[in-house]
Design a protein around this ligand. Sequence first.
Ligand code: TXA
Ligand code: MG
Length: 321
Amino acid sequence: MDKTTERLKPDSAGIARAVDLLRAGGLVAFPTETVYGLGADARQGRAVAAIFAAKGRPRFNPLIAHVADLETARRYGRFGADALALADAFWPGPLTLVVPLRPDAGISDLVAAGLSTIGLRVPRGRVAQKMLRAFDGPVAGPSANPSGRISPTRADHVFDDLSGRIDAVIDGGAAEVGVESTIIGCFDHPRLLRPGGLPAEAAEAALGRPLAHAAPAGSPNAPGQLASHYAPRAPLRLDASGALSGEVLLGFGAGAQDAALNLSPAGDLTEAAANLFEYLRRADASGATGIAVSPIPETGIGRAINDRLRRAAAPRPQPGR
Ligand code: TXA
Ligand code: MG
């Protein structure tokens, strides 16, 4: 099972090596502006299956296919007026659109996990764009973390979690946005399936009407929305005004001056999102018995931060997994 995981530079030689590995059916973690993805050629069933194995991910959870631009995305999914409006406004960027799948487009059945829809994303990260253009095909890519754990925002996070299980990691430095893409379903009424790096308010402004909300957890259209997700090992206590004995405080804003880790002393939600997963890892590594988290405003990208924190705090089926 163990192989040597190569660390690739984000230059032409590194990208060329990544493309060779992808073409050969390998697994390559790559930076995007949201988080690092674990990429495989979306047309090769065995390569896609290897993603699930490396992550220990349940088979029923579908994967996002990454492409370089809207034109390529339209080969794999059907874009109605709403999907086109959103793609025009926000691609490339931290937005995934779930649209009806074109069944004969050559994407492995494992990517959509048997659904009749597909999640498509055009990332704006420079390295991701270069890789997708050079590869010239769809790259299936969940976040590059073991299933249920915190998403990686740096190459070292991927090495910590998946070294020996994947072929390579392109090291593109720290992710700019820091939380995963916003997912909007465009197969009936536009629906927010996961808050993320693109504020839902911005999507609603582009559509000219409000988004519907995700179907309840466990329903077929939102299979990834497991209650416990993005979990550090230590338990989380949300909306905390300070740390209790044994806890480390993950603060936000000027009020949390004595916090060991402050997501944004200035109270800037964009900065807090960029720091979130790295600071959760640091809090975990500190050996604290628990992580207390300051209240975070439920607005803009703050909705994505709170969503990830609530999932991290949810009861877990398998502690420590
Ligand atoms: O920012 C991101 O979105 C990152 C980067 C790497 O692109 N990717 C990411 O992938 O977060 P992942 O697999 O960790 O989360 C994608 C979510 C999953 O919860 C999955 O269930 C959902 O998208 N999803 C994918 N295809 C879907 C579909 N056809 N219908 C409904 N949900 C879908
Ligand atoms: Mg994930």
